[in-house]
Design a protein around this ligand. Sequence first.
Ligand code: HEC
Length: 143
Amino acid sequence: MRTLAVIACVLITGFAQASDADKRRAKYNYQMHCQGCHAPDGAGAGDIPEMKGHVGYFLETQAGREYLVRVPGSATSALGDSDLADVLNWIITEFSGDSVGDNFEPYSRAEVGRLRQHPLNEVEQYRVELLDQLSALSQESTQ
Ligand code: HEC
């Protein structure tokens, strides 16, 4: 029994360390590739939208979920698919606050790889339409 408990402990600590390392790497990649525009805490500035406290709302529709990958800052970044998926998942856990539901399904490398092949043009207009759809949805759910 005791041996089992020790093995379980070692395994659990091993996993925890791996995910801490992944988080540190994602944060570092955010700092190197995204923060220059988006600010360290996702606050944005000027033309750069505030992600802090808001970014999770996009996940309420499939088009919104895809938008977060297809936006040029994500889709055309120098990061590989796996690193980009980790950065997006990190952004969502760090910055969403109450805007993300408990049922958030992290982006996978494959999903990101597929979506980023279709980067958005005319982002501003597309974003306005997405936000309109999202606010219509949230009005429906409060009626
Ligand atoms: C050169 C500045 C710049 C850099 C660097 C940048 N972005 Fe952005 N980002 C923007 C702008 C501007 C927008 C608003 C949409 C648009 O016009 O593209 C945006 C929007 C976004 C959005 C959607 C947020 C919203 O509320 O609409 C996400 C998600 C995002 N960026 C992720 C990233 C990630 C991840 C990185 C780093 C890999 C990154 N961005 C790097 C400028 C940048």
